[in-house]
Design a protein around this ligand. Sequence first.
Ligand code: GLA
Length: 382
Amino acid sequence: MPRANMLISQFEQHFNCPPEQLFHAPGRVNLIGEHTDYNDGFVLPAAINFGTDIAAKARDDRTVNVLAVDCNNEQNSFSLDNIEFSQQQMWVNYIRGTLQALLQSYPHITGADLVVSGNVPQGTGLSSSASFEIAILKTFAQLNNIPLDGVKAALMGQQAENNFVGCNCGIMDQLISALGKAEHAMLLDCRSLTYEYAAIPAGMALVIVNSNVKRGLVDSEYNARREQCEAAAKHFNKPALRDVTLAELTAEQANLAPVIYQRAMHIVTENTRTEQALIALNNNDMQTMSQLMAQSHLSMKNDFEITTTEIDFLVEIIGQVLGEQGGVRMTGGGFGGCVVALAPEQLVPQIRATINAQYQAKTGLEADVYICLAANGAFITS
Ligand code: GLA
């Protein structure tokens, strides 16, 4: 059964009436620009054709009732007048935190009955949580006739993560989920929150490979990287590492703790690579794109230290297939998760065959391969 029909029938069974509307927000894959967002830098993600779907009907009171199809049909009810963190049901906190952020600007919204389902593989660095937050915001904005734009929605989603869920993430995931564009990647300036789109070149496939490495200590390692970056910026007396040049950084090497120097080196060079990648994409220059993605991966491996041996191996074997006809690197926060490749369509079967032949034999894990399309964000208007 198509997902929309499944959602409608679940809603009818659960709430004894049809939903008013269906909503969707996508997950994302980041082509390049990793951990640069919270350094006020540049990122180049695309929204993907996997995301969160919500069937919804407005209520005339302040109650929110939810059925979460993918969490063993767990249910939850709460009042918009009493939003509290749930220790028992982690998934509920994405809804509650997001609505708490929305209520600060729009205190008079009404409750709703919701059925939620998503197909972004969770915990793999493809932003299932950001797609959940943006889908909730789209739902309540639409049901309440609120003129919420994509940037404001993204900031509310980020606020929910930072202040309610407890992850100190940047703005990239929520912004691309809100404002991604079909067949395009987006260069986002995370300081000004301005963005421009770049077409994914014709004939190039967006290949995502889930390493199935279980991610451990992600939040603590993530927050630690963020603190190290902030310490580096502070050393230079600058608001963010965005403002530090490579020459300034190298000149200060002797005065920085080695680990802080390495972290800063990743961010400073990654920002430059990301801006160059936009130009390469626009020029359909896959050779440069290939080199930039390879350098980005090495920088994440050696300087930022967020890859794993399994991920490094995937990047190596896919890179051997691609040569300079395409690029491959780890994508997302790190410590496991996914690899992204921008690959000529005709090489996709060979990439699959290579992974099948080598990955499990080497690591004991099975990888999942997704051929994705760049999709529209939930708040895109044109
Ligand atoms: C996670 C965060 C983002 C970003 C990436 C790393 O996805 O949510 O804000 O920092 O990691 O690039």
